[in-house]
Design a protein around this ligand. Structure first.
Ligand code: CA
Ligand code: CA
Ligand code: CA
Ligand code: CA
Ligand code: ZN
Length: 579
């Protein structure tokens, strides 16, 4: 097997376009994929290059003791990182969804390398704190590159699980029989088979119609019966789904497959949950996955009901803009347009962390366009004769003439211990769910732009003195206006509904003044204010997106008055004036 190992390694180098560590410079390159070690090196390189704007934090360790790192981008000159709105970005929670990690690195690289040169980016860095965890499932990413895989394997939390309940754990994984680093498909010639060769492309097969002669039987993914139980590949790595094990609306395995034994039962997940709980300023969350071209919002299940309508306006504004930034992607509601998920990450961040959040499903295989001419059906278009293979026709042309054959492995004969002479071939692990490296930068840039757009919409509160009027001896009527010109409010309406986070606080004080009355001003012209009964000097408020609120106070005394505005998720403000 040693020879195979070397072959895998060399093939991996060629196909994945790996770079060696010494090539790693800032600005980072996005014409190749970074393996786990290289992601860490890339984060270290960004931190080394921009020590004043970044910190590199160890969040915790995975099941296999790999480090999970977060890169914080925050300008200390504009305040401590906790004092500014937090934008959290992560990816690669499913170990095979590797380009999600590159999108996160791209966000960091873009913010840092254009800081000071690009006005928009400079202000985005100055106003927010960014918490970027490019790889959530560090074990999964490591094994995806290191081991032979399909494009969909190595997704799990790396904890052995006995899928077939025979008392043995992960005892019958896929086997890379031909040692090429890919887990492809097996087929065997059989005149009574269910499939025949596709007349348009001999690499593909189509199902035989009644009365037609067969040619092939399909034998599933590459593998043997490792434990001799009469089944092949029946207990592969895991499976514990890292996106079904968060601490909100979690359900056990008998309701939803992939659940662990209790919420947050993955060591990496628990570490990230604690990391986020330590950062109550997080108001915007992006979690990148890798298939479908979607921006998904919650709620994750129907029984949770709908978000408050004022939150939907925020989601719609961000989601519809993201659709335009990334043509072809769709902004969707997860349970309705996709499927219900219990204990998923954005359920946790929306309801426990109190932030707005999107799942970004990155890749669309339809973008592997070869030709739009009439001979080839449009991607995804079905043909009665051909079943669903037309997308594959086009993808194979793309493979042949745009990717020079890197995405598909031609069928070759193999002598299988159980099936005898078979053929192994099909789509490789770097195909199907990952853009070819030449398309990676475009995908990363557009999706990073959606993140940056939302980062521009985090709340920025301006506190203004509207008016100050003497209404009696040493008695003043003072009006304060708070304005938020951005789309995102200072607390989600879901947080208000859940009563999960404290409201903003507006406090009026002065060494020689007394606050007689104070409350929200409902109508400045009719002088309608709703005064708070107790402690009028402290008001609990909520700032909407694209809006303002006004407060009125009756103050007695003289001298300096200080108005302190403080918020969990927006930057604190101070206003001072004299009576
Ligand atoms: Ca087993
Ligand atoms: Ca298993
Ligand atoms: Ca193989
Ligand atoms: Ca078996
Ligand atoms: Zn995923």
């Amino acid at each position: 097997m040693k020879k195979n190992f070397i072959l895998i390694f060399v093939f991996g180098l060629l196909v994945s376009g790996y770079l060696s560590a010494q090539d790693l410079e800032v600005p980072l390159r996005f014409d190749h994929y970074y393996d786990y070690d290289q992601v860490v090196e890339a984060m270290q390189a960004l931190h080394r290059e921009y020590p004043d704007l970044t910190s590199l934090d160890l969040v915790g360790y995975s099941e296999e003791q790999r480090a999970i790192y977060a890169l914080t981008i925050s300008n200390p000159k504009t305040g401590d990182h906790l004092s500014k709105p937090g934008v959290y970005v992560d990816g690669n929670i499913h170990g095979n969804e590797v380009q999600a990690g590159e999108v996160c690195l791209y966000v960091a690289n873009r913010l840092l390398t254009r800081y000071g040169d690009n006005d928009q980016i400079t202000s985005l860095v100055d106003k927010n704190s960014y918490y970027i965890i490019p790889v959530v499932n560090v074990d999964g990413r490591y094994h995806f590159f290191e081991d032979a895989n399909t494009s969909s394997s190595n997704r799990s939390i790396r904890r052995p699980k006995d899928d077939d309940k025979d008392g043995l754990f992960d005892e019958d994984p896929y086997d890379d029989l031909d040692g090429d680093g890919n887990i492809c498909d097996m087929r065997k010639r059989d005149p009574n088979g269910t499939h025949r060769t596709d007349p348009f492309d001999s690499r593909l097969m189509v199902r035989v119609k009644p009365g037609e002669k067969g040619e092939w039987i399909l034998l599933g993914r590459e593998g043997i019966d490792n434990d001799g139980d009469g089944k092949i590949n029946e207990d592969t790595e895991g499976y514990l789904d890292p996106n079904r094990n968060w601490g909100y609306n979690w359900k056990p395995n008998y309701i939803q497959g992939g659940a662990g034994y209790y919420p947050l039962s993955g060591t990496g997940l628990k570490a990230i949950a604690n990391y986020m709980l330590d950062r109550p300023n997080i108001i915007m969350v992006w979690a990148f996955h890798n298939s479908g071209g979607m921006f998904l919002r919650g709620p994750s299940t129907k029984d949770e009901g709908e978000f408050p309508s004022a939150d939907l306006k925020v989601y719609d504004y961000l989601g519809e803009n993201s659709e335009m930034i990334t043509p072809g992607y769709r902004y969707l509601l997860v349970w309705k347009d996709l499927y219900s998920t219990y204990g998923d990450f954005t359920g946790f961040t929306t309801n426990i962390i109190g932030s707005y959040g999107f799942v970004g499903e990155l890749f669309q295989s339809q973008t592997e366009t070869y030709s739009l001419n009439k001979d080839l059906k449009k991607p995804g278009e079905r043909d009665r004769e051909q079943g669903e293979t037309d997308t594959n026709h086009q993808r194979l042309k793309f493979n042949d003439h745009v990717a020079q054959g890197e995405l598909y492995k031609s069928w070759t004969t193999y002598n299988h211990p159980l099936y005898g002479e078979i053929e192994i071939g099909g789509w490789t692990k770097m195909s199907s769910r990952l853009p070819h490296p030449f398309m990676l930068q475009d995908l990363a840039h557009r999706n990073a732009s959606s993140v940056l757009f939302s980062a521009g919409q985090t709340p920025e509160i301006k506190v203004e003195l509207m008016g100050k009027e003497k209404v009696g001896k040493d008695l003043y009527q003072v009006r304060i206006r708070l304005v938020n010109d951005n789309a995102i409010p200072t607390l989600t309406y879901q947080s208000l509904r859940n009563k999960s986070h404290r409201k903003d606080i507006l406090k009026v004080s002065g060494s020689s003044i007394q606050v007689i009355a104070g409350g929200q001003l409902k109508d400045e012209f009719m002088n309608k204010a709703i005064y708070k009964e107790h402690k009028p000097q402290v008001q609990f408020i909520h700032m909407p997106g694209f809006g303002k609120v006004e407060y009125q106070f009756l103050l007695s005394g003289k001298g300096r008055v200080t108005v302190d505005y403080s918020s969990l998720k927006a930057k604190d403000q101070k206003l001072e004036f004299e009576l």
